[in-house]
Design a protein around this ligand. Structure first.
Ligand SMILES: [Fe+2]
Ligand SMILES: [Zn+2]
Length: 175
C-alpha cells in the first residue's frame, strides 16, 4: 500500500465585481486630488497611501467573497488596509509579498491590455522556478494568500493606463 500525501497546495480565487463603477471613479478622483502617493514595490507609476474613506460597496463585496473562501477554515476577514495603483508604460511592481496571516485582494478597475499580468512566483525561485500568470480583465477580483510572492509586469505602452485597488484582510478565528 502506497499513499500519496499532499505537502503543498497553492491557489488563488477569482470573481467579477458587480457594483457601481461611477462611485469608484469619483472616489479615485478624490484620492488623486489630495494624495501625492508613495514608493513601495512600484517602479514608476502611482501608488496611493492607505485609503481611509469610501469604496464601501467594493469593500462589502470583497469581504463577502473572502468570508466564503474562508468558511471551511473557521476564519473571518477584517479589512486591514487598502490602496490605489495607477500605472502606465513600463511602470511595474517588483516581486514582493503582502504579509503573514493575510488574505490579499486586487480589484482591476481598468485594464490596459493583456501584457501587464500579475505573476505569482515560487517561494524559493532558485530551487523551484515556477510562475503562474494571471491576465486580468476589467472588474476582475482576485484573492490570494498574502505570503504568496508576486510581481506585476509593465506592458511597455506609454499611452496605456491601468488602475487597480489592492486590499489586505487580517484573518481571525471565528468566535
Ligand atoms: Fe502586491
Ligand atoms: Zn497595456
Amino acid at each position: 500500500m502506497l499513499e500519496e500525501v499532499l505537502i503543498n497546495k497553492q491557489s488563488f480565487f477569482k470573481t467579477k465585481y458587480m457594483g457601481n463603477l461611477e462611485i469608484i471613479d469619483k472616489h479615485i478622483n478624490h484620492i488623486l486630488e489630495f494624495d501625492q502617493g508613495r514608493q513601495i514595490s512600484n517602479i514608476g507609476g502611482y501608488q496611493s497611501n492607505f485609503i481611509n474613506f469610501g469604496f464601501e460597496e467594493l469593500i462589502n463585496f470583497t469581504t463577502i467573497a473572502i468570508s466564503k473562501i474562508l468558511e471551511k477554515d473557521n476564519l473571518q476577514p477584517n479589512l486591514d488596509c487598502f490602496w490605489l495603483n495607477i500605472n502606465s508604460g513600463t511602470n511595474h511592481n517588483v516581486g514582493h509579498i503582502h504579509g503573514f496571516n493575510l488574505m490579499s485582494c486586487v480589484y482591476y478597475h481598468k485594464v490596459c491590455c493583456d501584457k501587464s499580468p500579475l505573476v505569482f512566483t515560487s517561494m524559493v525561485p532558485a530551487v523551484e522556478p515556477y510562475e503562474k500568470i494571471f491576465i486580468p480583465n476589467n472588474q476582475d477580483l482576485i484573492f490570494f494568500n498574502g505570503i504568496y510572492p508576486h510581481r506585476v509586469d509593465g506592458c511597455g505602452h506609454n499611452d496605456h493606463q491601468r488602475i487597480s485597488i489592492a486590499l489586505n484582510y487580517n484573518l481571525k478565528e471565528k468566535q
